[in-house]
Structures are given as structure tokens and as C-alpha cells.
Design a binder for this molecule. Structure first.
Ligand SMILES: Nc1ncnc2c1ncn2[C@@H]1O[C@H](COP(=O)(O)OP(=O)(O)OP(=O)(O)O)[C@@H](O)[C@H]1O
Ligand SMILES: [Mg+2]
Length: 313
């Protein structure tokens, strides 16, 4: 699109691991954002800024993030673009605290805690807190024991996918096992009940093992993405269930389950309802209170109410 072109880096210095400081990267990301807001960003040749670009530009997505190798014992952190300098480093994505009115990283962490309790498969994740900032760290599923794992998003496999039915169709076409279809169904239910309306086709992935068998990737970017200050049409799900992108009810979810032969759908919905209705506990663990706790409780309570209906006209 447009006049800008992407040239993959070819410089030799990209091949060597280099050390980075999370706080420093965060400070630079913040000042870049502040400058962008004032429309007067001027990027000077600067080693640290260069290192921010190197770690920060390959994960994609909307939020500021970086790819790192972290030693959980020492807290030491290296660029994640190349292999870690020594054993003991874990490949991770760090999503930076955006210091906006929305505590996005804390909310994402509270949703991670809920997902785990609901039985949804996600990579181990945590918050790193430094002063008032809280960054969200998650382990990468596309790296395992120093090796790369082949991953494709739903968008790459089926660019037109704009419904959960097309997600399941794609999954069935590549031979995903019933137990993993069940995971996808649980993710669908959690997105609907939890208010993750940013459920576009880049937020689902499949990964292939060495033996050539496809699997569903662990869930990621699972968070509250309703904007309470926006009109209703802004807060519709990106992907539909039974042609609905809002007010999705239990009947719609059960119909989806029936179509793809998901066993025990009712029990999965019940489990999800039970977990999401205890949101306050998860919010407290993640350090969320006040306005956002209230808004998430209100929105999810409304969504849980939709789960009481079994039929629709
Ligand atoms: N744990 C992970 N392991 C490997 N790849 C991941 C992981 N989490 C996310 N990704 C990849 O990185 C991309 C960006 O991550 P994520 O979706 O969390 O960011 P985001 O900025 O919140 O995205 P969005 O633009 O959807 O709001 C994802 O589309 C996915 O391809
Ligand atoms: Mg995303």
C-alpha cells in the first residue's frame, strides 16, 4: 500500500545477539509515541533507537511490543531476533505498558489468569512491574528448544475468514484433532463472554510440528477489547457466530458446536460463565480497580445474561 516499501534487514550486525534494557526500550517507545502524537517525530541516528527498531518491528499487531530473550533467573534480556547468547534464556514477546487511560497490559494479564482457570491453552505469561509501569510478558509458541516452529495465522490460510464458522472450516480442512477443536470452541466462548471483540483473523494461528501435522496454536491477544465510551457498532465482534457480531447467545454457540461436532459444549459454556463471573478476583490479582473493573464487570455481566437463552428467533 502507498509509497513505503519494506526492505528486510541485511546488515551483519543483525546477526549478533545484543543486550537490551527493558526500561530503556520502554522509555524510548514512550517518547517515540509522545512525539508521534505531536506530529513532530524526528528520528536521529541513535544506537538505542536502532536497537528498539531491531527488537520491536517484527511481531506485528497494533500495540507496542518487542521480541526478546529473557533469562528469568537474572532478569537479563537480549534481542530476540537471533539465538540467545547462552542457555537459560526464554524467547518472549513483551507488550509495553502504554501509559494511556486504559491499563491494557494489566487487563490482558487478568484475562490470561481467567483463560488458565477456564482451561484455555495459553503460553505462560506474567506482568513485569517497574515503577508505575506494568509490561505484559508472554512466552513464544513459535520457538521451542532453540528451534523455529512453523506458524500460520488464520488470515494467512484463509484471508477472507470473517466468521467463527470459517475458523472451524479451516481447522477441519487441515485436520485439527477433535480435542483441539474443543479448545477453539472454548476460545470462541471466552471471546464472546469476556468481550474480546478484537477477534480478527490474525488473532488465531495454527502451528505445524516436524511430522507435518497441524495443531491449533495456544490462544494469544485474549483481552477485553470493548470500548465503553464508543457507540455499539464499534464494539461488534470482528468475526461472526451464526451471522451475528453482537448479542451472541448460548443458542448461537451451541449451534456452532453442533455443526462442528464439539462434545460437551454446554459444560464448556458453564465453565466459562463461572470463571468470567468471578472477574473481580482476577482483576485484583492484576492490579485493576475503579473505572475499568466496573466497566468490565458491567459488560461481562450483560454478556453472561445472553448465555441464559437457549433458543433464538
Ligand atoms: N505467544 C506468542 N508466540 C508467538 N507469536 C505470538 C504470540 N503472541 C502473539 N504472537 C504473534 O504476534 C502478533 C502480535 O501479537 P498480539 O496479537 O498479541 O498483538 P496486538 O498488538 O495486541 O495485536 P492487535 O493488532 O490484534 O491488537 C500476533 O498476531 C501473532 O502472530
Ligand atoms: Mg493481535
Amino acid at each position: 500500500m502507498g509509497a513505503l516499501e519494506f526492505l528486510p534487514p541485511a546488515a551483519e550486525d543483525m546477526e549478533e545477539p545484543f543486550k537490551v534494557e527493558i526500561a530503556e526500550l520502554y522509555r524510548l517507545a514512550q517518547s517515540a509515541l509522545d512525539e508521534a502524537r505531536n506530529f513532530r517525530a524526528e528520528i536521529q541516528p541513535d544506537f538505542l533507537i536502532e536497537s528498539l527498531f531491531k527488537v520491536g518491528t517484527s511481531a506485528g499487531g497494533r500495540r507496542p511490543k518487542a521480541i526478546i530473550n529473557l533469562n528469568p533467573e537474572t532478569g537479563e534480556c537480549y534481542s530476540g531476533q537471533v539465538a540467545a547468547p547462552a542457555p537459560g534464556y526464554v524467547p518472549m514477546i513483551i507488550k509495553f505498558d502504554e501509559h494511556s487511560d486504559i491499563p491494557t497490559t494489566r487487563i490482558e494479564y487478568s484475562y490470561y489468569l481467567m483463560a488458565k482457570d477456564a482451561g484455555l491453552n495459553m503460553m505462560p505469561s506474567r506482568l513485569v512491574e517497574g515503577g508505575p509501569a506494568a509490561h505484559f510478558l508472554t512466552e513464544r509458541f513459535d520457538r521451542r528448544e532453540g528451534k523455529k516452529v512453523h506458524v500460520q495465522t488464520l488470515a494467512a490460510m484463509n484471508p477472507d475468514a470473517d466468521s467463527y464458522e470459517s475458523l472451524f472450516d479451516t481447522a477441519c480442512r487441515i485436520g485439527i484433532l477433535p480435542s483441539e477443536l474443543k479448545q477453539l470452541f472454548l476460545l470462541t466462548v471466552m471471546n464472546v463472554i469476556g468481550g474480546n471483540v478484537d477477534d480478527h483473523n490474525k488473532n488465531f494461528s495454527f502451528l505445524m510440528e516436524d511430522d507435518g501435522v497441524w495443531h491449533t496454536a495456544p490462544a494469544y491477544d485474549f483481552t477485553f477489547s470493548v470500548d465503553p465510551s464508543a457507540p455499539g457498532y464499534v464494539n461488534r465482534h470482528s468475526m461472526t457466530v451464526c451471522n451475528r457480531n453482537c448479542d451472541i447467545g448460548r443458542g448461537d454457540l451451541l449451534e456452532l458446536a453442533k455443526r462442528y461436532n464439539i462434545k460437551g459444549a454446554d459444560a464448556l459454556i458453564e465453565k466459562a460463565v463461572g470463571v468470567v463471573s468471578r472477574y473481580e478476583d482476577y482483576a485484583r490479582q492484576a492490579g485493576i480497580d475503579g473505572y475499568w473493573l466496573q466497566k468490565i464487570k458491567e459488560e461481562t455481566a450483560y454478556r453472561i445474561e445472553n448465555m441464559c437463552e437457549t433458543t433464538r428467533n
